[in-house]
Design a protein around this ligand. Structure first.
Ligand code: SF4
Length: 310
């Protein structure tokens, strides 16, 4: 069976709500903070529904899911229902409390993805807009390691304020043995990056060299599986095997279950609605594999940086 024809795994991304203890400048949910959180009963119902539907991966995200008092309880319920991979994306701060880290690991969580937006407190805290958030994140990492928990991933939103620091951030990830990392080109279609486009969104031609250097640093350190996400492929021709979208299209069907919407084809609708290719893409040999660039990016910066690959 070829890779393309292999059955895809169902991944359900379960949004617990939009409340967060950080206040990231670029947050896609910046305009949704006032929406009500899901109740515990709703989360338990949805977890059971995901299990019935055959979810292989259940990823909890917020806002910040770990600040909920019921978080460990819901994780434990998901594991009891037999979902093979239960994970969460987190700003890591709750894990700075050893008791909380122990509780969540004890509930059976399989992997934890830390959002790290700079290699130092000055860069990271300037973007999270919470002084001390980087120190707590680092303590959270140490606490998880002390518990023997190894399945730690990382993601970084690439914006003007941190792009030049990506090579140093790659060293941070390598030093902390973070095997799966995604460098995510900021989404300006919604939220904070839409509201402050000029302050936050870099030109892809400026950001891509730093993103590629971060990938190269990972490869040198033995982490060839690090990836970049939400990028036009013409700026990443030398690392096409490290593009998240290509990888996820081959492997996953992804559903998003949020308080205010449900999307049963998150991958397809992002490509169809959120991103765009333009007339400059005509004849590009990467056309089919590529999703182009964010619609809002084109509205602000135009398409002059896209270059058809012949
Ligand atoms: S020219 Fe267009 S289709 Fe080709 S890689 Fe760039 S963005 Fe993608």
């Amino acid at each position: 069976m070829t890779k393309d024809k292999a059955p895809k795994m169902l991944k359900v991304v379960l949004f617990t709500g939009y409340a967060c203890n950080n206040n990231c400048a670029f947050c896609i949910d910046a305009d949704k903070r006032g929406l009500p959180e899901k109740t515990t009963a709703e989360l338990l119902r949805e977890t059971a529904a995901a299990a019935r539907k055959g979810a292989h991966i259940l990823e909890f995200i917020g806002g910040e899911a770990t600040i909920r008092p019921d978080f460990a309880r819901v994780v434990a319920a998901a594991k009891k229902l037999g979902i093979p991979q239960v994970s969460c994306a987190t700003n890591g701060r709750v894990f700075a409390d050893p008791a909380a880290a122990k509780r969540i690991v004890g509930a059976g969580i399989d992997s934890v993805i830390f959002s790290v937006h700079g290699p130092d407190a000055a860069t990271h805290d300037a973007l999270t807009r919470v002084p001390g958030s980087f120190a707590q994140l680092k303590k959270g990492l140490r606490n998880l390691r002390a518990l023997g928990f190894e399945r730690i991933g990382g993601n970084t939103t690439v914006v003007k304020g941190n792009m030049a620091a990506l090579p140093r951030l790659a060293e941070f990830y390598a030093r902390n043995r973070v095997r799966n990392v995604e460098y995510i080109f900021v989404d300006p279609n919604y939220g904070g990056a839409r509201n402050d486009f000029k302050g936050l969104v870099p030109r892809i031609s400026k950001a891509a060299p730093y993103m590629r250097r971060a990938l190269a640093a990972g490869r040198e350190a033995g982490y060839g599986q690090w990836k970049v996400r939400y990028v036009p492929l013409c700026h990443f021709r030398d690392c096409l095997d490290q593009i998240s979208e290509i990888n996820e299209r081959a492997l996953f069907l992804t559903e998003h279950w949020a308080p205010d919407f449900r999307n049963e084809d998150a991958i397809g609708s992002r490509a169809a609605v959120g991103r765009r290719k333009t007339a400059r893409c005509r004849g590009c040999r990467l056309y089919r594999a590529c999703e182009g660039i964010w619609v809002e990016y084109l509205r602000n910066y135009g398409d002059a940086e896209l270059k058809a690959v012949k």
